[in-house]
Ligand binder design. Structure first.
Ligand code: PLP
Length: 397
């Protein structure tokens, strides 16, 4: 009997994560891993202490499936004050096992087979499997360098392409701002345009804002859900993984209008029951950290951003400083490799540095063949060491 014939069609339509595969390769070759977006830092000590205390105090059983009340209160407060979305902890918040589960629960709650979902590409690799698992039909719209009137360039989409991607079958658009892998921060005009299209076609914006606290050069973070006309048609997904350097805690959340929240809570309940209860208690302490925490975070990341852009440019990569998040997408044409995957393997084995082949962020993998992503959430000395190694590329080709 062939067990392969027993597999679901869905399970065969996507591969294992390329990013996690690169991490394995780095471990095998003892390379510096600038591929997976795992923060190099630790959660603040008072947050760690609160988690230990919660376990000692006995918060070791399930909480309410959609989230511990005090954690949902803290999330609702943050959403109302930081994101500008009036949020009720009882009606609008679902705590999930990371924003990864939040995104999938959200899509499972709204997608019927064949519903179209618009995705900007390059995109965070999970959105591909998310659409397959939920049964959505993805439609991709490119984000690319576009000339501006003043002879410069800006990273945006073609408004006509987005207009024609929308149709009466568009159930939702997935927005990710700041975006992974490009670091693009969507502007007020772009968000307004997307909102207008959502209203015109009666579609929902599902927005992943996990990097909302990592934006450089004073650019604002705009949540599409704060636009009055989007209040009833936005699902905001976010989490604590990146902002508080706690990807292993699996704390995420989804904020949505009550009717959608009720459906999302059902999906969440039967997928995971709930996020870790004692960690939700500590999540309250994280969400109540003072403003200075976020300023320090940006300063720390901004320093790394400048260091890595500088290093990569000197080593022969073409790249611009990202506006947000902690990734740098580079162009590797200069090095003359046949494709990004060959380059990725060569870089790990010969240079001792890992990154992510650009093709894993595109539906049409050819578009990413000359692209390569690095992440910069790394201790200074390791980034410097990576820089020294990358400088040897040209002499080794
Ligand atoms: N969304 C984006 C855009 C990401 O880049 C990542 C992690 O890299 C996630 C979500 C995953 O977040 P979480 O740990 O909350 O599941």
């Amino acid at each position: 009997m062939s067990l392969k014939s027993k597999l679901s069609h869905k399970s065969t339509r996507f591969t294992e994560s390329v990013i996690r595969g690169m991490t394995q390769l780095c471990l095998q070759h003892n390379a510096i891993n600038l591929s997976q977006g795992t923060p190099a830092y630790q959660p603040p000590p008072e947050v760690k202490a609160a988690a230990i205390e919660a376990i000692q105090e006995g918060y070791n059983q399930y909480s309410i499936t959609w989230g511990a009340p005090e954690f949902r209160e803290a999330i609702a407060h943050k959403m109302t004050t930081f994101n500008g979305i009036q949020t009720d902890a009882v009606k609008n918040v679902t705590v999930t096992c990371g924003s990864t589960e939040g995104m999938l629960s959200a899509l499972l709650a709204i997608i019927n087979p064949g519903d179209e979902v618009i995705i900007f590409e390059p995109f965070y690799e999970n959105y591909g499997p998310d659409t397959i698992i939920s049964g959505a039909k993805p439609k991709y719209v490119a984000l690319q360098e576009t000339p501006t009137k003043d002879q410069g360039t800006t990273l945006t989409y073609d408004p006509d392409e987005l207009n024609s991607a929308f149709s009466p079958n568009t159930k939702a658009i997935i927005l990710n701002t700041p975006n992974n892998p490009l670091g693009k921060v969507f502007t007020q005009n772009e968000i307004q345009h997307i909102a207008d299209l959502c209203c015109e076609y009666d579609s929902i914006a599902v927005t992943d804002e996990i990097y909302e606290h990592m934006i450089y050069d004073g650019k604002p973070h705009i949540s599409i859900g704060c636009l009055p006309q989007m209040k009833e048609r936005t699902i905001t997904v976010s989490g604590l993984s990146k902002t508080y350097s706690m990807t292993g805690w699996r704390l995420g959340y989804v904020v949505a209008p009550e009717t959608l929240t009720n459906a999302i809570r059902k999906m969440h309940d039967f997928l995971t029951v709930g996020a870790p209860h004692p960690l939700q208690r500590a999540g309250v302490v994280a969400l109540n950290l003072p403003q200075s925490y976020y300023q320090d975070l940006i300063e720390k990341y901004d320093k790394n951003r400048k260091l890595l852009v500088d290093t990569l440019t000197k080593a022969g990569f073409r790249c611009d400083p990202p506006e947000g998040a902690y990734y740098i997408m580079t162009d590797i044409s200069e090095f003359g490799f046949p494709d990004d995957t060959t380059f990725a393997h060569w870089l790990v084995k010969e240079i001792g540095v890992g990154g992510v082949p650009g093709s894993s962020f595109y539906s049409n993998t050819n578009l990413g063949k000359t692209k390569f992503r690095f992440m910069f959430s790394m201790a200074d000395d390791i980034l410097l060491e990576a820089g020294e190694r990358l400088m040897k590329i040209k002499s080794k080709i």
